[in-house]
Design a protein around this ligand. Structure first.
Ligand code: ASP
Length: 320
């Protein structure tokens, strides 16, 4: 018998309708399990951590979850795997924070739902059953934290929410899923990739994420630079910004980490293709740190965790 622990944190998967028919999380972990046909040979225990929409989850909440999972793994009777259910809006951020910080060597699987259990075609029970099946697989641990949704298994390193309302809401642009679940069977083909940095005592650094748009003159970056500990810039295309913004970012990069990502859905930030004010090579020469293939949301979390650990920015980026 494999033992899986479900930690519920709210979200649509725990959603109930209020008097005017709008959903909010109210269901508890044990109720979520009630609707699930558990795969054979797996025993699940359930506990509640939070009952909130994921937009209300703070970085400190996620840090506490990581601590909780590490404590479970180090305890006298560790489960074989852990499933975390939460709202989908920030599911990818929780998943990536686990990838950066969680040292527990057991499968950690995140899931949620796009349609609450009380509406037709709800996806929560199927997602939960699939997540439990994956968490029960010892081999899944090697792939790092995983996000299971719509029978696909995605690595936390790559996964992102790509649709606001459909059940097929998650994808890993540029990489694809690392496995699938079908007929209760888990198939994994991804290669292990370690993205762990370590677990700081707190996640208190203030890092702002700014998306560059046509005509940006750097004023917003200048304002953020007055109080932030670091910036992540989601640049255009291969990592480009308007010339006026480039000047501001270059000045800021002399006194704080300014990280260069791309606002494109997939592909690496370039390093040596274009020349001229605001081109990637100009920005890098001015001290901006290119992220490689990492999405801006994840780059922000990586910088917060890295700074929390006291790492030099150049040791935090780039990644693969
Ligand atoms: N607003 C919800 C949340 O993130 C959406 C969901 O769970 O799908 O909590």
């Amino acid at each position: 018998m494999r033992r899986v622990m479900l930690i519920a944190c709210g979200g649509t998967i725990a959603g109930r309708a209020d008097e005017v028919g709008r959903f909010r999380p109210m269901g508890r972990a044990a109720e979520l399990l009630a609707g699930v046909a558990l795969p054979a040979g797996i025993e699940v225990s359930a506990t509640d951590a939070l009952t909130v929409p994921s937009r209300a989850m703070s970085l400190a909440d996620v840090l506490q979850l990581v601590e909780r999972v590490e404590a479970l793994a180090a305890g006298a009777q560790p489960p074989d795997g852990v499933v975390i259910s939460q709202g989908t809006d920030t599911l990818e951020e929780t998943a990536y924070l686990f990838a950066l910080m969680c040292g527990a060597r057991l499968p950690v699987v995140l899931t949620g739902a796009m349609r609450p259990n009380v509406v037709a075609g709800s996806d929560g029970p199927a997602n939960l059953a699939a997540a439990i099946a994956v968490a029960a697989q010892a081999e899944a641990a090697a792939l790092g934290p995983l996000l299971v949704f719509g029978d696909e298994i995605h690595a936390a390193r790559w996964v992102t929410k790509v649709h606001t309302s459909r059940p097929a809401a998650f994808a890993s642009p540029g990489a694809g899923p690392v496995g699938v679940v079908g007929e209760g069977r888990v198939r994994l083909w991804g290669t292990p990739a370690s993205t762990i940095l370590g677990r700081p005592r707190e996640l208190s650094h203030r890092v702002e994420l700014l998306t560059m748009a046509s005509g940006d003159d750097g004023r917003l970056a200048e304002a953020a630079g007055r109080y932030a500990d670091g910036l992540v810039i989601a640049g255009m295309g291969g990592g480009h910004v308007p010339p006026a913004a480039a000047k501001v970012l270059g000045t800021l990069a002399r006194r704080m980490p300014v990280v260069l990502a791309s606002r494109c859905a997939a592909g690496p930030v370039l390093t040596s293709t274009y020349r001229g004010a605001g081109a990637e090579s100009d920005l890098i020469a001015q001290g901006l740190l290119p992220v490689g293939n990492l999405q801006p949301l994840k780059a922000r979390l990586r910088l917060i965790v890295g700074l929390g650990l006291g790492l030099a920015p150049a040791a935090i980026f780039p990644v693969d």
